[in-house]
Design a protein around this ligand. Structure first.
Ligand SMILES: *Cc1c(COP(=O)(O)O)cnc(C)c1O
Length: 369
């Protein structure tokens, strides 16, 4: 049986949220805990975010919002990703804030309110340029008209308007300012219709860290609360954030092989000399990307080793060198203090650290550190 341990330092998440709040002192903070809190575990991460002072929790799926309520969270929660088939009644009756970025979704929400499931607390979603969720600027008027009418009937209360940035990780990119300008226009249009937007929100982690001028009433950091800022800290201090996830395994076997010996399927790695190889008990079934073979590194006793040859379903091999202290039973750090970071894995295999933590955490139970 393979052995991969994913441990999460929930105090780090609480601390990161507090740090981000201090960086956005004029705004509320919505901690984004979608996708099982980026693989860190929904409920413990949510509790940690609340401890750190998050006024809101944000999730994509309605089922995640319900899971937060079932798990005992009684604070404000927003869910934003669903179509007109959404069971809005379940959300309204549990006091979950809802997003509406189309007339169809708004009418599903209004229908649930009309059926007596409660007044809907609505955040209107406008597409200011991402080309993903939300009503296009050109159709905003129609959505505002429908929302005002439903609000006049007492069925919904429009509390927020939000949008999402396409290029926030390049803070100087011209689309950031163009989207901000559209967002200001959308807010002014809503106010002119008599809608009182208490909560305008636009910024993800990158925006929270680099564009204080775009914090509006609330910021929505995700990846940064897990300690993985998507932009470089000019001061080299990771913005004071601490990576929360560690991933480790163990060496099942250490043995000597002669030089010129092929290693793992397809013999993509061949020992350059007499050496020791170590067998690690984790593979792609555990979240170790198969693409990591030959490129990603792990550490044993503080020394980095690249993965030798292909990653298999539940194991992979390291070339520990002709002389090694490493022994069967040793801990292998895939991600963690003193070892590689999620960013190192992302760089090695050509992805982003978001996908690395979602993958490792998504496939394994999490242990609190
Ligand atoms: C995922 C997401 C965020 C958080 O983004 P990060 O880059 O992880 O900070 C914020 N808002 C919305 C709408 C999202 O989908």
């Amino acid at each position: 049986m393979s052995m991969l341990k994913v441990s999460v330092d929930y105090d780090a998440i609480a601390g990161n949220v507090a740090t981000l709040r201090a960086l956005a002192p004029t705004a509320k903070l919505m901690a984004v805990v979608k996708a099982d809190a980026y693989g860190h575990g929904l409920l413990p991460s949510a509790r940690a975010a609340r401890r750190g002072g998050a006024e809101f929790l944000g999730v994509a799926q309605p089922s995640e919002a319900i899971a937060l309520r079932d798990g005992g969270d009684e604070g404000r929660v927003l869910t934003w990703l669903y179509g007109p088939e959404v069971h809005a009644a379940d959300l309204l009756s549990r006091d979950i804030d809802v997003s509406a970025g189309s007339l169809e979704v708004l009418s599903a929400i209004v229908k649930a309110a009309r059926a007596g499931h409660g007044t809907a607390t609505v955040h209107l979603c406008v597409d200011t340029g991402l080309g993903r969720e939300g009503v296009p600027m050109a159709n905003l008027d129609a959505l505002l008209t429908a929302a005002s009418a439903a609000q006049d009937e007492g069925l919904i209360k429009v509390v927020g308007m939000w949008s999402h940035l396409a290029w926030a990780d390049q803070p100087g990119h011209p689309t950031v300012d163009a989207q901000a300008e559209n967002f200001h226009t959308a807010l002014a249009t809503a106010e002119a219709r008599g809608l009182d937007i208490e909560l305008a929100h636009l910024g993800n982690s990158a925006c929270t860290l680099t564009r204080p001028d775009l914090h509006f009433d609330m910021v929505r950091p995700g990846i940064a609360i897990y300690g993985l800022p998507p932009v470089e800290d000019p001061e080299g201090d990771n913005f004071g954030l601490t990576a929360a996830m560690s991933v480790s395994s163990t060496l099942a076997l250490v043995k000597e092989l002669p030089g010129g010996h092929g290693v793992s399927y397809g013999h993509e790695y061949v020992t350059p000399q007499r050496t020791h190889v170590g067998l690690v008990s984790a593979g792609y079934a555990d979240g170790v990307f198969r693409a990591a073979g030959g490129v990603a590194e792990v550490s044993v006793r503080g020394v980095r080793y690249p993965i030798a040859g292909r990653v298999c379903m539940d194991q992979f091999v390291l070339d520990l060198g002709p002389e090694t202290e490493a022994d069967a039973g040793d801990i292998v750090t895939l991600i963690g203090p003193g070892g590689p970071t999620a960013r190192d894995w992302a760089t090695a295999i050509g992805t982003i650290d978001y996908e690395i933590v979602c993958r490792f955490g998504g496939l394994r139970p999490k242990t609190a550190e």
